[in-house]
Design a protein around this ligand. Structure first.
Ligand code: PMP
Ligand code: GLU
Length: 397
């Protein structure tokens, strides 16, 4: 009787959200937990964006909106893509959804058939493989490690391609590693993709504004393949708007049309008020994201310096996003009292229960010998969290 569908039964729970929930529960019990698990800016949404939302309510933007989004929002997104990325997308190539996560879901559901292969470089963001599963596709994971700065090589890509390959997922700047593909690295991947005209490229650019290396490079800039690139982006990270749930895809017309069809049946146009807030955010200059990026860079430097002194933690200097993906294999197999810390999940639970710091196990991202923590927290919190981790790790034998 109480059997959920196979579709849901085979789906894993989002571990980023689960760890965050666990840390909230401990906090509710009065435990002083520092939450470095879920990745979201600790900044508040800027006032000019909030004001636009208030105005939207006052002006009665409270009715159903067009399925792909209000015309003014589609226009500011099209303008943004031109202005910031040098890309030309008509408003009929853009579909606004309830967050980038929803945009990704739409695109996968609209393009993947049962058994189609989707190449997913690991470490990958938690939801990619689960969403591919939901679309009945098959993830083909390309492993990478600290040594290659978590980037796939053209050879690895070529070797992963089969006649069943339908799509490649790319995420730069990356969650969970913070790695950023340079233009020349993207070009090398494009050289491989040119030979396989049926492969779609899903480019998740949600962290584009949190890039410490300079200009954001999108794989859509390469005209050889641009007619099969789908950009997924949104306002969650760049404008500190995670709760507003606005994301979008910019895609070839046929894919945008398919996403619109799907969304028309599943959710309709996304929240009218949040859309008007997004018009203000995306239509503004980038001074707000730049301000956050500067702050995150300072915290990254601080966190990396401190992390180096913790035994058993190895990490690269991330070039973007706000995560450190630390290799912890040396610690696995150690004990605290009778408790064996056998996996990165055990380590994260130990750090949560013993040091009261919430992190996410690398297994959630397809790399079980790592743990991820977000440095989108205040400098005081970061220092305290890393001191606690250091102490807890030294207590393991
Ligand atoms: N892609 C990546 C890589 C992310 O880190 C996130 C953040 N959860 C998303 C997509 C989804 O973002 P949104 O909050 O807009 O759904
Ligand atoms: N992108 C964030 C993270 O990876 C948000 C959580 C989520 O949506 O899964 O932690």
């Amino acid at each position: 009787m109480e059997n959920v569908s196979n579709r849901v039964a085979q789906l894993a729970v989002s571990e980023t959200l689960a760890m965050s929930q666990k840390s909230r529960e401990l906090q509710a019990q009065g435990v002083d937990v520092i939450n470095l698990s879920v990745g979201e800016p600790d900044f508040n949404t800027p006032d000019f964006v909030k004001d636009a939302a208030i105005k939207a309510i006052e002006n009665n933007f409270t009715h159903y909106s067009p399925v792909p989004g209000y015309a003014d929002l589609l226009q500011v997104i099209s303008d943004k893509l031109k202005r910031e990325n040098g890309l030309v997308y008509g408003t009929d190539q853009i579909v606004v959804s309830g967050g980038a996560k929803h945009a990704l879901t739409n695109v996968l559901m609209a393009t993947i058939n049962a058994g189609d292969e989707v190449i997913v470089p690991a470490p990958y963001w938690v939801s990619y493989v689960e969403l591919v599963k939901l679309a009945e596709g098959k993830s083909v994971v390309i492993p990478t490690s600290l040594e290659s700065d978590f980037k796939i090589t053209p050879q690895q890509l070529a070797e992963a391609i089969t006649p069943r390959t339908r799509a490649l997922m790319l995420c730069s700047p990356s969650n969970p590693t913070g790695s950023v593909y340079s233009r020349s690295e993207l070009k090398a991947l494009v050289k491989v993709l040119v030979k396989h005209p049926n492969i779609l490229i899903l480019s998740d650019e949600i962290y584009e504004h949190i890039n410490y290396e300079g200009k954001h490079e999108s794989i859509a800039q390469f005209s050889e393949i641009s007619d099969r690139v789908i950009i997924v982006n949104g306002v969650s990270k760049g404008y500190a708007m995670t709760g507003w749930r606005i994301g979008y895809c910019a895609a070839p017309k046929w894919i945008a049309k398919a996403c619109q069809k799907l969304q028309g049946q599943m959710t309709s146009g996304t929240c009218s008020i949040a859309q008007k807030a997004a018009v203000a955010a995306i239509g503004s200059d980038t001074s707000f994201p730049q301000m956050m990026c500067k702050a995150f860079r300072k915290r990254r430097d601080l966190a990396i310096e401190r992390l180096k002194k913790i035994p058993g933690f190895k990490a690269n200097v991330p070039q973007g996003a706000f995560y450190i993906f630390a290799e912890v294999s040396e610690l696995l197999g150690k004990k605290f009292g009778d408790q064996v810390i056998a996996s990165s999940a055990d380590l994260c639970m130990y750090l949560l229960n013993h040091a009261h710091v919430a992190t996410v196990p690398g297994s959630a991202f397809g790399s079980p010998e790592y743990i991820r923590f977000s440095y989108a927290a205040s400098e005081e919190q970061l220092i305290e969290a890393l001191d606690r981790i250091d102490k807890a790790v030294r207590e393991m034998r």
